[in-house]
Ligand binder design. Structure first.
Ligand SMILES: Cc1cc2nc3c(=O)[nH]c(=O)nc-3n(C[C@H](O)[C@H](O)[C@H](O)COP(=O)(O)OP(=O)(O)OC[C@H]3O[C@@H](n4cnc5c(N)ncnc54)[C@H](O)[C@@H]3O)c2cc1C
Length: 415
């Protein structure tokens, strides 16, 4: 007897922050969605992270990255503003460079960041705001999001939502105008008209089943949860806001532990090409050094930072360090949201809007209002990795909402 697989209009593969946010966005638009994950529930992989920070990028990176993170931050703040912990974040100016407050203020303004989002501050002002005496930028809306509890909220029971756990998809196959989701033994598990692949690194394997090669790599990261004795000298140095730069830390929580010790979360290591989830003492040591630099406490004795817990996760990154978000031109009705790297909060908020517009064949009016343009869509599109990507001229955003196949030149400097 032939078993007829369960059919859904849209199936999302992967219930991390990318897949869950896209699913929720489609539900909000009245769509019926089925989300599947190989694990026993959502948020079991990298998105089990409880301490992810969010702020726009302001460095000297690619101009596209700067524009994209501004838009993504605005979207993330709008989506999660109610549940993220807004404690402010401080980013110190690079040491060794002459600091010019006015010049930094102009740079931030040029990025389209108003003072309510990013403000140039002197060392004295920074001391008052976060407890660290260094010149730099203050993100008053900078925040931390618990990805796991956010995902739980995004996937609340809903009449249009089907969740299937413990279902590993091993490949995709086209039959007529439907996509078959194939299991390990080549059996058809589900069928769908549209498939969103948000399976982090596994996206590479899934797409190889339909002849698509994506340049995805793992980057292991470990965040350390330090415990610091209430009488230790460090207590007076600990920051009262989050600090970011080379690594990041959260505001220290004095008296967090029952014996009065403080909790201070600092991270994270960046182990290129590694995918080992085991905790490492060497990563805690790495984070101790980051901690000293973040709060400019060069003389601090790091042995006082006792590792009392860790979060270890495997980031997925693309060759050019930008996320991969958008439809696959080679195969209609396959959409990708992967390679979120270290910016899961920002990129998932942006992915939800882009994928929704493409799945529903809508326009990008909302994104355009925030400054989103064709070159940014092209910088994220899977098409940037395929031969001939630079040869096709740009088209207006509206054209991209349809099933036309414009492809745009990649930005070689994007990181
Ligand atoms: C140490 C560390 C610190 C970080 N700090 C920050 C930060 O401060 N701010 C920030 O924004 N981001 C941060 N990140 C990054 C953030 O955690 C990730 O970008 C984000 O969690 C990735 O989400 P995702 O949904 O793409 O992937 P995942 O959360 O990995 O989800 C992918 C899902 O797909 C499922 N899956 C995979 N293959 C299959 C298959 N074949 N069939 C079915 N299901 C499948 C998996 O089970 C998994 O649930 C950090 C990461 C690390 C490691």
């Amino acid at each position: 007897m032939k078993i007829i697989p369960q059919h859904h209009e849209v199936v999302v593969i992967g219930a991390g922050i990318a897949g869950a946010t896209i699913t929720n966005e489609l539900l909000l638009k009245g769509q019926k969605v089925c989300i599947v994950d190989a694990e026993s529930g959502p948020a079991k992989a990298c998105s089990s992270h409880a301490f992810a920070i969010a702020h726009p990028h302001i460095g000297r990176g690619s101009p596209r990255l700067l524009r994209l993170t501004r838009i993504a931050f605005l979207l993330a703040a709008e989506r999660w503003g109610g549940q993220w912990q807004q404690h402010g974040l401080f980013q110190a100016a690079k040491t060794g460079e002459i600091f010019d407050l006015q010049k930094l203020a102009e740079h931030l303004c040029g990025l389209g960041l108003d003072q309510a989002i990013a403000r140039a501050v002197s060392a004295d002002e920074a001391l008052a705001l976060c407890g660290v005496k260094r010149n730099g930028t203050w993100f008053s809306q900078g925040a931390t999001l618990n990805l796991a509890s956010t995902i739980e909220g995004l996937l609340q029971p809903h009449e249009n939502l089907t969740c299937i756990w413990d279902l590993q998809i091993s490949g995709l196959k086209k039959e007529g105008n439907l996509w078959m989701l194939i299991g390990r033994d080549k059996e058809v598990l589900l069928s769908a008209r549209k498939v969103v692949v948000a399976a982090s690194l596994e996206t590479k394997l899934l797409l190889s089943s339909i002849g698509i090669r994506l340049p995805l790599r793992p980057v292991r990261g470990q965040l350390s949860i330090f415990k610091i004795d209430a009488k230790n000298k460090w207590i007076s140095y600990l920051p009262k806001a989050g600090i970011c730069g080379d690594g990041y830390c959260l505001p220290a929580e004095r008296g967090f532990f029952s014996d009065g010790s403080a909790r201070w979360i600092v991270g994270s290591s960046f182990d290129e090409g590694e995918d080992d989830l085991g905790a490492r003492n060497s990563s805690d040591d790495f984070n101790r050094d980051l901690a000293k630099n973040l709060i400019a406490c060069e003389s601090g004795d790091t042995s006082a930072l006792e590792a009392s817990g860790r979060f270890v996760g495997i980031r997925c990154v693309a060759g050019d360090r930008l996320p991969i978000i958008g439809k696959l031109n080679q195969h209609p009705n396959i959409f990708l949201a992967t390679a979120l790297g270290s910016r899961g909060v920002l990129w998932s908020a942006l992915a939800a809007k882009i994928i929704r517009a493409q799945v529903l064949d809508e326009g990008f009016a909302l994104l355009e209002r925030l400054g989103f343009a064709t070159d940014l869509l092209a910088a994220l599109a899977p098409a940037r990795f395929f031969a001939g990507a630079a040869l096709v001229p740009a088209a207006p955003l509206a054209a991209l909402a349809s099933n036309s196949k414009p492809i745009f030149p990649p930005d070689p400097k994007a990181r």
